[in-house]
Design a protein around this ligand. Structure first.
Ligand code: SF4
Length: 444
């Protein structure tokens, strides 16, 4: 049973010392009741109160991870139903499934390209997260071995107790796979295997009532890391099951459904429908998404969708401020200025790099905002540009001191001239796409 903000407040020291970064104990209590802060943020709470508050401070969706060879896919820890309420925390892992009825060579041919797939998206490496092996009448151990010959990413083992046992024997020590899917018929044996392997166990049931019943029994049997695998497979059925489980966990603190979720868009069989189901799963509460088909054309948009949903809406994607070299610039080449909002940086850098023009790119610390937003917020002004130019020793790199401001902040040119005496200040185009033409025709 969760505690209300007022009930939590009564258990806090009530000194309003602000050490938790909240102005009052009441404000902290309200956030704790909303599961938006950790109890540990208050260093002054008594042991007795901490014990009483522990239930209230437990994450409503149990955190856990699958691991292998330095890879880790986290799941759980979510606190909100909608991203705009705060942020989503753990990105759903994208797993490609193979079947043990496929030959080891066919498995390797399927896993290899997915394992090697990597795209740089505004400074973030997009990759597939792991692989799932499903029993289908073949040799489960051979299939797991074939996957491990080409990939060391985390693994999901799907089968009955015998197959799971055989699969576990193929994994390296220290690996934490996700095991599944236990049902009403085999949960006791599967729970025993999960306990021994210290691995999370996925449970499947056709209705949420059955799922609750199963989760309670498996928890009682000593398995703490449970993953829900709703039996519903239609778009509507999956959406309803995922939403119901997450809503009950977050809004009612209903523990039997307070676990990560695994979905199987791959069960659709058809690659087009599979992508649609995967997109829905990513958007709506899935923690592990199991696909049957891999192609760069479908993996990329799914991974970008995931990034867009799982970035903190209050923190823009940023690049490191600094002086970047584009196409090996020399001392005569111009210094372009922009902010450290990732998309701004990559727009400018890609245009100039693609045109083969050498330039220095001074990326200022504008707290990740785009040029106009940063200027309006007072984070991108003449003083900041001059300060960063000095901090990154731009003057030492060039003999011809030419600095190009983004066209959107032409208004800053006079102030930059004052702040940076000896520099020739030019106003560039408003859009990055026009930079190559500007550099060729105006800068020469
Ligand atoms: S740190 Fe604890 S005592 Fe201090 S204001 Fe926050 S909740 Fe209150």
């Amino acid at each position: 049973m969760s505690l209300s903000g007022i009930q939590i407040y009564k258990l806090l020291p009530q000194t309003n010392c602000k050490d938790c970064d909240f102005p009052t104990c009441l404000a902290f209590a309200m956030k704790l009741a909303a599961k938006q802060v950790e109890l540990s943020a208050c260093p002054h709470v008594s042991e007795e109160s901490a014990a009483q508050l522990s239930a209230a401070s437990q994450p409503p969706v149990r955190p856990m991870a699958v691991k292998s060879n330095g890879f880790e896919i986290k799941a759980g820890s979510e606190t909100v139903m909608f991203r705009h309420e705060k942020k989503f925390v753990t990105k759903p892992g994208l797993f490609l499934r193979v079947y043990d009825s496929e030959s080891p060579d066919a498995i390797k041919a399927k896993v290899g390209p997915a394992n090697d797939f990597a795209v740089d998206y505004v400074g973030i490496d997009l990759t597939m997260d792991g692989f799932a092996v499903q029993a289908n009448g073949g040799s489960f151990a051979d299939a797991v071995r074939a996957v491990r010959e080409v990939s060391h990413r985390p693994i999901i083992l799907i089968g009955g107790p015998d197959e799971i046992k055989a699969g576990l024997a193929e994994l390296a020590e220290g690996e934490v796979p996700l095991l599944g899917c236990a049902d009403a018929g085999d949960w006791q044996t599967m729970a025993g295997l999960a306990k021994n392997a210290k691995a999370p166990l996925a449970l499947t049931a056709d209705s949420m009532d059955e799922m609750v019943n199963l989760a309670e029994k498996v928890k009682e049997a000593g398995v703490n890391d449970i993953v829900l695998a709703p039996g519903q497979r239609s778009l509507h059925g999956t959406l309803s099951a995922n939403t119901m489980a997450r809503r009950l966990a977050l809004k009612k603190n209903f523990r039997p459904l307070g676990y990560p979720i695994v979905n199987f868009p791959g069960d659709w069989g058809d690659p087009g429908r599979e992508v649609t189901a995967a997109a829905q799963a990513i958007a709506k509460y899935s923690d592990f998404v199991v696909l049957d088909h891999f192609s760069p054309e479908t993996a990329y948009p799914l991974l970008v969708l995931r990034e867009n949903i799982y970035t903190d809406p209050q923190k823009p994607i940023q690049v490191q401020p600094g002086l970047y070299e584009i196409n090996n610039p020399g001392p005569e080449d111009p210094v372009l200025v922009t902010t450290n909002f990732s998309i701004t940086y990559f727009s400018v850098a890609n245009e100039v790099e693609g045109a083969g023009l050498p330039a220095w790119l001074l990326v200022t610390d504008a707290e990740g905002m785009s040029v106009l937003t940063a200027w309006a917020a007072g984070k991108f002004d003449a003083e900041r540009i001059a300060k960063d130019a000095k901090a990154f020793e731009v003057a030492d790199k060039v003999s011809r001191k030419r600095i190009v401001l983004p066209g959107h902040v032409a208004v800053l040119s006079g102030e930059v001239e004052e702040e940076m005496p000896g520099w020739e200040v030019r106003v560039g185009p408003r859009e990055a796409v026009d930079l190559p033409k500007f550099m060729k025709s105006v800068l020469g």
